[in-house]
Design a protein around this ligand. Structure first.
Ligand SMILES: Cc1cc2nc3c(=O)[nH]c(=O)nc-3n(C[C@H](O)[C@H](O)[C@H](O)COP(=O)(O)O)c2cc1C
Length: 159
């Protein structure tokens, strides 16, 4: 069965709420989904998933240290994530506070792993963003993103 990990760091709960909405969208496509705080993700487990979606609050326009630490640790599996689907999302305090640069920062790291990332023609082009806690629009974007990533992962894996 296709498996997707939604892994997040969240200091005050906003990114966690986004993660839960994304997982809801993934699950709606019949894909097995784990939504986990990065503290509960062992780097070795990344190998077990067909898709990995990472979420972080925007910290100075980039991802928070626990997400970077997970990626840095994943160098021990360099080459083994090649061809998996990757995605990213972020919550920031400000509307142009660096949430898109945070997403791009994460996507760049996933691409260096050889992962497949997808843009979106409508709404959040690089991945879902929220200003503070997700409002209804951000909630809908997160659910739609989860569905879209699940569909792509099924297509890539041929399931
Ligand atoms: C260390 C730190 C750096 C931050 N840097 C930014 C920033 O560059 N731009 C911004 O808009 N918000 C920034 N914020 C605010 C958070 O991105 C924002 O409160 C976010 O919603 C927190 O998400 P969380 O509830 O998942 O922790 C920063 C917060 C902290 C603690």
């Amino acid at each position: 069965m296709v498996r997707i990990l939604v892994c997040y760091f969240s200091g005050s709960g906003n990114t966690q709420k986004m993660a839960e909405f994304i997982a809801e969208g993934v699950g709606a496509e019949g894909v097995d989904v784990d939504v986990r705080n990065v503290e509960n993700v062992n780097c070795d487990e990344l190998l077990d998933f067909d898709g990995i979606i990472l979420g972080s609050p925007t910290y100075y326009g980039t991802c928070a240290a626990p997400i970077k630490e997970l990626i840095d640790e994943s160098v021990k599996h360099h080459g083994k994530l090649d061809g998996k689907v990757g995605g990213a999302f972020s919550s920031s305090a400000n509307i142009a506070g660096g949430n898109e640069t945070t997403i791009m920062n994460i996507l760049q790291m996933l691409m260096i792993h050889g992962m497949i990332v997808k843009g979106h023609p409508n709404g959040s082009h690089y991945g879902p963003v929220a200003v503070g806690a997700p409002d209804k629009n951000a909630e809908d974007e997160c659910i739609a993103y989860g569905r879209s990533m699940a569909k792509l992962t099924k297509k890539i894996t041929g399931e």
